[in-house]
Design a binder for this molecule. Structure first.
Ligand SMILES: *Cc1c(COP(=O)(O)O)cnc(C)c1O
Length: 341
């Protein structure tokens, strides 16, 4: 198979039209068969529920070329399950797990020429999305739905060395207790755009959000979970019902325990105790793991001992091990790597 003519070293994280996408519709109580289409446009009514009441959820995952030349994807069953939870919470029809995994694999396969080669640091980003597509003006769930999967090649999030980030604690809240913070709803991102742009304008890479009820505990950033390493090299994982259950975070916790022998402690983490920690990192599909060097708070700056020049030792080991598993350099736990072709 001939690869597309792309300068992989210049690839960023953005939309590129690729050849095929999966399209499926739900009407009269059932999903259709679904299939690959080439048209990247969707024709919708002005009254489609998604435009008014934001009935939408999505997923984000990647496909890679491994060391031995296989095209694989990482834990698609986890994304399938999370999207089922998102859909259920938004009164959308669940896209069944086996259909989801099939759609993802078919879409990657059809766009194999777009999957970056091994060793480029690039990958194929996979974006499943579901919307309430039928007309809805009274406030109620849509009468019909659309599910799509499209893909695009994306560059390494960090070009060259992985540089620590400067982040701040936001005055805004991300997710209410008992709200929708634990599902991947588009609406969670709409309200984060303003705080995110304000943070960027003020020179910060990201916002850290606190628990809205008490503004005491660390939750996560707008699109990534947070991990800490304490003085005794324990991996400290913030726990809250309003944190989005990141698949990268859950995978790093497993890697920490089973591959690196770390002690993992999942519990609520007060902002107050962060100044006693050694390392802090953000994690998610896009960047895998991004180290944090400084956290700016109302009470002053928390400078992590790992500093602003390089990532901490434990963070580096976690990152190398997980990316090694994804690239086929390190043996993966059973079921994590699904071969496409
Ligand atoms: C998608 C997402 C993450 C990261 O999840 P991954 O499964 O690791 O990609 C973290 N936080 C939020 C709010 C997200 O939407």
């Amino acid at each position: 198979m001939e690869k597309k003519n792309i300068d992989w070293s210049k690839l960023g994280f953005g939309y590129t039209r690729t050849d095929y996408r999966w399209h499926s519709e739900w009407k009269d109580g059932a999903w259709d068969e679904g299939g690959l289409v080439s048209d990247e446009y969707i024709h919708l009514l002005e009254s489609a529920c998604v435009f008014h009441y934001s009935q939408s959820c999505f997923e984000g995952m990647k496909a890679y070329t491994t060391k031995n030349g296989d095209i694989v994807t990482f834990r698609p069953d986890m994304n399938a399950e999370r999207m089922m939870d998102s859909a259920a919470r938004l009164e959308m029809p669940v896209y069944p797990k086996d259909k989801f995994v099939h759609a993802v694999i078919e879409t990657i396969h059809a766009n194999a020429a777009w999957v970056p080669p091994y060793g480029t640091g690039c990958s194929l980003y996979v974006r499943p999305v579901m919307i309430g597509s039928g007309p809805q003006i009274g406030v109620a769930p849509a009468p019909s739905y659309m599910f799509r999967v499209f893909v695009m090649p994306v560059g390494a999030y960090f070009k060259g060395a992985v540089k620590p980030l400067r982040v701040r604690v936001s005055d805004f809240d991300r997710a209410a207790p008992r709200g929708t913070g634990h599902i991947k709803a588009g609406l969670n991102y709409a309200m984060s755009l303003h705080p995110t742009m304000e943070a960027h304008r003020e020179g910060f890479a990201e916002n850290i959000y606190l628990d809205p009820a008490t503004r005491t505990y660390v939750e996560e950033t707008g699109g990534a979970n947070i991990l800490f390493v304490d003085k005794d090299n324990n991996l400290i994982v913030p726990k809250s019902d309003s944190i989005l259950p990141s698949i990268t975070r859950r995978s790093l916790v497993y890697v920490g325990q089973k591959y690196l022998g770390l002690n993992v402690i999942e519990r609520p983490v007060a902002l107050e105790e962060v100044k006693g920690f050694k390392e802090c990192a953000l994690c998610g599909t896009a960047a895998v793991l991004a180290p944090v060097g400084e956290i700016h708070t109302k009470e002053g700056v928390i400078a992590l001992p790992s500093g602003m020049d390089k990532m901490g030792e434990v963070s580096a080991k976690l990152r190398t091990t997980l990316t090694g598993i994804q690239n086929g350099e390190i043996e993966a736990p059973e079921g994590w790597i699904v071969k496409v072709c």
